[in-house]
Design a protein. Structure first.
Length: 234
């Protein structure tokens, strides 16, 4: 009996390994099929969808500003089922704070565009765990300084657009954002203390402050740095 024990063990290991491999292949095919179904539904709702070169995974979605509210609701819920989504553009849509809960689990997101939406401070709470996010666009939203605390949790953020928002004060919550490279604050009321804090952001190399009401003293401080300052429209 001992002569057969080792071959039996080897055969058992091989069977388990093959079964596991087959299971992985089946699961992958299931995921690809599920994403294909989601993609089809999103395109039917008017979304612009981009995929990987092999067309197996959705990487980018853009919803048009004129997307009907009911279609937007359906699309947002579908988006939560895309595990490799990297870019999401919702510019000018009727996306609400409450609907952002469906994006909270999209941890692969690196870019989120919420420009010209009604998103505010409450909605930002749903985004603070998307740790891979590198670019966040909030131009023309109702975000205020209270929302900066949630934004500060996004430690990998490199581009942040807060132009035409309700931001004011010292911008102190942004001080811990070590990766922030480009900050857009056009048409926002900036105080001298805010400029002092901005100058402490070590990774910051570009600042867009078109339409700002900075004092001559603050503008002078900015001019003495190596920052690229955008003050006028292109």
């Amino acid at each position: 009996m001992k002569l057969f024990k080792k071959p039996i063990i080897v055969i058992t290991i091989l069977v388990v390994g093959v079964t596991s491999a087959i299971g992985i292949v089946i699961e992958k095919r299931r995921q690809v099929a599920a994403e294909a179904a989601v993609r089809q539904k999103l395109e039917q709702l008017g979304a612009v969808v981009t995929t990987t070169t092999d067309q197996q995974h959705v990487t980018s979605i853009a919803l048009l500003p004129n997307t009907q509210h009911k279609d937007l609701e359906s699309a947002i819920q579908l988006i939560s089922r895309l595990p490799l989504l990297e870019s999401l553009r919702l510019t000018g849509t009727s996306i609400s704070d409450e609907q952002l809960v469906h994006i909270a689990g999209s941890t692969s997101l690196t870019m989120l565009d919420l420009n010209r939406t009604s998103v505010g401070d409450i909605g930002l709470q749903y985004l603070q765990d998307i740790s891979n996010l590198q670019a966040l666009y909030l131009l023309g939203t109702s975000v205020s300084s209270r929302g900066l605390e949630a934004i500060s949790k996004l430690s990998n953020l490199k581009i942040l657009d807060l132009s035409e928002t309700r931001i004011d004060g010292t911008l102190a919550p942004l001080l811990g954002m070590d990766q922030l490279n480009h900050l857009l604050l056009s048409n926002v009321s900036l105080s001298d203390d805010a400029v002092t804090n901005l100058l402490q952001l070590k990774s910051l190399n570009r600042l867009t402050i078109r339409g700002s009401t900075l004092s001559d003293e603050s503008n002078g401080k900015l001019d003495q740095t190596s920052l690229k300052i955008d003050r006028t429209s292109d």
